[in-house]
Each structure stands twice: as structure tokens, then as C-alpha cells.
Design a protein around this ligand. Structure first.
Ligand code: NAP
Ligand code: GDD
Length: 322
């Protein structure tokens, strides 16, 4: 039975990845940071099957202890300060966790368990003000947020440890992926949750920022499969993972409200408070390397994703009301 360590197991991707690895008979260790209240909502249903250990990407010795005790075969480093707007308010913390945290984990691997295969959760946010359309592994980076800058550091240190120390360390450059478990502050979930609240009479409007931004949105459940495949490959390499399609925030609104029989224009209010100091206008992937080498393809399309998220929010809110 292989052992996998997931940092960020309480997040959206961590919960789907834990489910996937359990279905493949892995022993799953989840690293969680200490907090005064539990943040286990997304993994509540898995708690009997996974082992939860305290640790923090700020704290080198907690990572070393974890590796010493468990010697995992695979590490999926998903933990991060992952919300882009927060990275302007807390740029140093974002650099510490999302950037330097990767080096702390890689140092632990190098010193304690160099045979462990390491996955780094890199991001299409690194392409920022895009230099090429669509974006692929060789597209130059131009990050537009402290988060994007920190992820770029994490990406290159992962490549560097592979080249310097011969570690099996890979960087998955994942485009936006969403699900009913997405945090409420990210735009897709904000829209589906907001539309569901309006439909059920719990709200009258939804305030959003830039409706023209375009993203390559896929389903998180599909993307964790790509992470796993990267660590099963013969050679460590970096992969772009996305759908190859791009849609605007406006189109997402149109579909989500439309699915509930509403016209988004009657409810969505553009509020400049949600504009960003520097925006990423357009992201669209070329996932052909992942398709050719890993045999990976997304299973859920844009329509299916929006429908899944709207229906889950209607159901969840309906239950709460009842
Ligand atoms: P998420 O839902 O925001 O989860 C982030 C996780 O990181 C949470 O479990 C959080 O723990 C943990 N964390 C934060 N700071 C930590 C620290 N100092 N030490 C240990 N754990 C810490 O993010 P996600 O959407 O699942 O994304 C997973 C990873 O993929 C992130 O690195 C993200 O930047 C990257 N990524 C995401 C996307 C996407 O579209 N979702 C695309 C590209 C890359 P708490 O529960 O305690 O807060
Ligand atoms: N959050 C949010 N809230 N975004 C809004 C809003 C709003 O009210 N209105 C418009 N947007 C626009 C943002 O300006 C951005 O262009 C787009 O919607 C997507 O925003 P988010 O859903 O917050 O995601 P993101 O693209 O900034 O970052 C996500 O994807 C990255 C991969 O490209 C995060 O998951 C990152 O962690 C991830 O790396």
C-alpha cells in the first residue's frame, strides 16, 4: 500500500485528491495547520480513512518530522494562500507560504526522503499578462499578482531541485478548476451560490467585479487525476492542465442564472470594490502535452460544470432552509 502525504487536504483539491488516492488503496496522510476551529468540512466524510497530522508550511521542523515518521512515497504540495486578492493585502505571508513553503518542503524531501515523488501545485496565474495564446509549458511567465509571483518561485524551485538533486519533483501548471466544494470567495462559486440565494428569495442582487475577464475553467475532480498521473510517469516533467476553452465571467453568470430561469442582467451589479490592482485578462490552455504523455483529458465541460455547481448550491441551501 503506497503512502501519500497531502498538504492542503482541507482545501478543494485536497478533498478530491484524498478521495482519488483512497480509491486506489493508498494510505493517505493529510497535513493540517493548527487553528482554533476545525476546517474539516470538505473531508468530514473521509475522516475514518485518512490520518491527519499537524504541520505548517511556515515551520521547517514540522515538515521534517512528518517525513521522518511517514516516509511517504508521494507528496502532493497543495497548501497555499491561494486567493489572489488577498495576496495584495498580505504579500509577505503569501510569499512565505505559497513561495518559500515549497522550498521548505523540498528541503525536507532532499534531507529526509529523497526517493519521495513530489508534486507542486503551480498555477496558470503565472502566465498573467499572457505572452502567447494558448499558454503551454514553454510560454514565458508574466505574473500579475503577488500570488502569481510566489507561485512562479515555487515552480522554478521545483524544477531546480529536480535538476540540482535529481529529485522526482514535478510542477503541474493547472488552469482554474472549480466544483461545488470551491471556496465561496472565488468567482464561480460566488456566482452559483449567489444565483441560488436569489432564486430561493434569500438575496436580491449579486455584486461582482470585472465581468470581461476570461478563464479556462475545468472541474477539480478531473484535475486531481492529472496530478496523480504526473507522479506515475516514467520521468519527472512539467505539465499544463486545462480544457483548452475560455469563457468570460459574464458568460459564467449568463449560464448560471439561465440554468435557474433568470436573467443575470437583472441581478448582477458591477462593483469596482472587486476590481484588482492588476488583472489577468485572458487564460486559455494548450493541454496537449498532458494528453500525449499522461493520456489525460477533462471529462466535464463548461456547461456541465456550471450546472453541477448551481444544482449543488440549490440543494445545499434548500436543505439549510428546511
Ligand atoms: P484552497 O481550497 O484555498 O486550499 C488551500 C489549502 O492550503 C487549505 O487546506 C489550507 O488550509 C492550506 N494552507 C494554507 N496555508 C497553509 C499553511 N501555512 N500550512 C499548511 N496548510 C496551509 O485551494 P485549492 O483550490 O484546493 O488549490 C490547491 C492548490 O492548487 C493551491 O496551492 C492553489 O494555489 C493551487 N492552484 C489552484 C487552482 C484552482 O483553480 N483551484 C489552480 C491552480 C493552482 P486551511 O483549511 O487551514 O485554510
Ligand atoms: N473572486 C472574484 N470575486 N473574482 C471576480 C469577481 C468577484 O467578485 N468579479 C470578477 N472577478 C474576476 C477576477 O477579477 C478574475 O479575473 C476572475 O474573476 C477569476 O477570479 P477568481 O475566481 O478569484 O480566480 P483567479 O483566476 O484569480 O485565481 C484562481 O485560479 C488560479 C489559476 O489560474 C485561484 O484558484 C488561484 O489559486 C489559481 O492559481
Amino acid at each position: 500500500m503506497p503512502t501519500a502525504l497531502i498538504t492542503g487536504i482541507t482545501g478543494q483539491d485536497g478533498s478530491y485528491l484524498a478521495e482519488l488516492l483512497l480509491s486506489k488503496n493508498y494510505k493517505v496522510i493529510g497535513m493540517v495547520r493548527r487553528s482554533s476551529t476545525l476546517t474539516f468540512e470538505r473531508i468530514q466524510h473521509l475522516q475514518d480513512d485518512i490520518e491527519i497530522i499537524q504541520g505548517d508550511l511556515h515551520d521547517q521542523s514540522s515538515l521534517m518530522d512528518l517525513l521522518e515518521q511517514h516516509k511517504p512515497d508521494e507528496i502532493y504540495n497543495l497548501a497555499a494562500q491561494s486567493f489572489v486578492p488577498t495576496s495584495w493585502n498580505q504579500p509577505v505571508l503569501t510569499g512565505e507560504v505559497t513561495g518559500l513553503g515549497v522550498t521548505r518542503m523540498l528541503e525536507a524531501v532532499r534531507l529526509i526522503s529523497p526517493k519521495t515523488r513530489f508534486y507542486q501545485a503551480s498555477s496558470s496565474e503565472m502566465f498573467g499578462k499572457v505572452r502567447e495564446v494558448p499558454q503551454r509549458e514553454t510560454t514565458p511567465f508574466y505574473p500579475r499578482s503577488p500570488y502569481g509571483v510566489a507561485k512562479m518561485y515555487g515552480h522554478w524551485i521545483t524544477v531546480n531541485y529536480r535538476e540540482s538533486y535529481n529529485l522526482f519533483s514535478v510542477s503541474g501548471i493547472l488552469f482554474n478548476h472549480e466544483s461545488p466544494r470551491r471556496g465561496l470567495e472565488f468567482v464561480t462559486r460566488k456566482i452559483t451560490y449567489g444565483a441560488a440565494r436569489i432564486k430561493l428569495g434569500l438575496a436580491k442582487e449579486l455584486r461582482l467585479g470585472n465581468l470581461e475577464a476570461r478563464r479556462d475553467w475545468g472541474f477539480a475532480g478531473d484535475y486531481v487525476e492529472a496530478m496523480w498521473r504526473m507522479l506515475q510517469a516514467d520521468q519527472p516533467d512539467d505539465f499544463v492542465v486545462g480544457t483548452g476553452e475560455t469563457h468570460s465571467v459574464r458568460e459564467f453568470c449568463e449560464k448560471a442564472f439561465g440554468h435557474l430561469g433568470m436573467d443575470y442582467e437583472q441581478y448582477v451589479v458591477v462593483d469596482p470594490r472587486f476590481y484588482r490592482p492588476a488583472e489577468v485578462d485572458l487564460l486559455v490552455s494548450d493541454p496537449s502535452h498532458a494528453k500525449n504523455v499522461l493520456g489525460w483529458q477533462p471529462q466535464v465541460n463548461f456547461e456541465g460544470l456550471v450546472r453541477m455547481m448551481v444544482e449543488a448550491d440549490i440543494k445545499r441551501l434548500g436543505k439549510e432552509i428546511a
